[in-house]
Write a protein that binds this ligand. Structure first.
Ligand SMILES: Nc1nc2c(c(=O)[nH]1)N=C([C@H](O)[C@H](O)COP(=O)(O)OP(=O)(O)OP(=O)(O)O)CN2
Ligand SMILES: [Zn+2]
Length: 135
């Protein structure tokens, strides 16, 4: 019997969606206002879910306190109040779209989650735009 446990977190970050190898008019056409050269910000909402068997001794799939601390150290400390393009090494050559941010977060967390558990990252970039990555 598998159960999914989830922890919600949030971070604020600035970004700019563009490709340096494209001309300005192409970046503007494809990325629109998200290509603002002075950047813009989002209040990202993150839901991290871990699915697995319930441990019969503890009753936990995974200790939520452990998951909370992991999200803080791996995600919030790395991304909160940062300019993703300028300050986060993973986005030096990777466009910080919601899709790419979700994959980066999943890759940061995966090594710390027990191998027999599944990991899902759901990232809301705005209250209406969200992406999901499961590896
Ligand atoms: N596939 C993707 N498309 C877009 C992404 C993305 O990361 N992946 N990002 C953006 C913008 O950065 C931003 O997320 C969208 O802003 P906006 O259009 O203002 O979104 P809202 O939900 O706030 O729009 P409303 O008009 O208020 O509904 C664009 N596309
Ligand atoms: Zn944006």
């Amino acid at each position: 019997m598998k159960v999914k446990v989830s922890r919600r977190a949030h971070f604020n970050a600035a970004h700019r969606l563009f490709r340096p190898d494209w001309a300005d008019d192409k970046n503007n056409r494809v990325f629109g206002k998200c290509n603002n050269p002075n950047y813009h910000g989002h209040n990202y909402e993150l839901i991290v879910s871990v699915t697995g068997e319930i441990d019969q001794e503890t009753g936990f799939v995974m200790d939520m306190k452990v998951l909370k601390d992991l999200i803080r150290s791996e995600v919030e400390d790395a991304l909160d109040h940062k300019n993703l393009n300028l300050q986060v090494p993973e986005f030096r050559e990777l466009n910080p779209t919601a899709e790419n941010i979700a994959v980066v977060i999943w890759n940061k967390l995966r090594p710390h989650i027990p191998e027999d558990k599944a990991l899902e990252v759901k990232l809301y970039e705005t209250p209406r735009n969200f992406v999901t990555y499961t590896g």
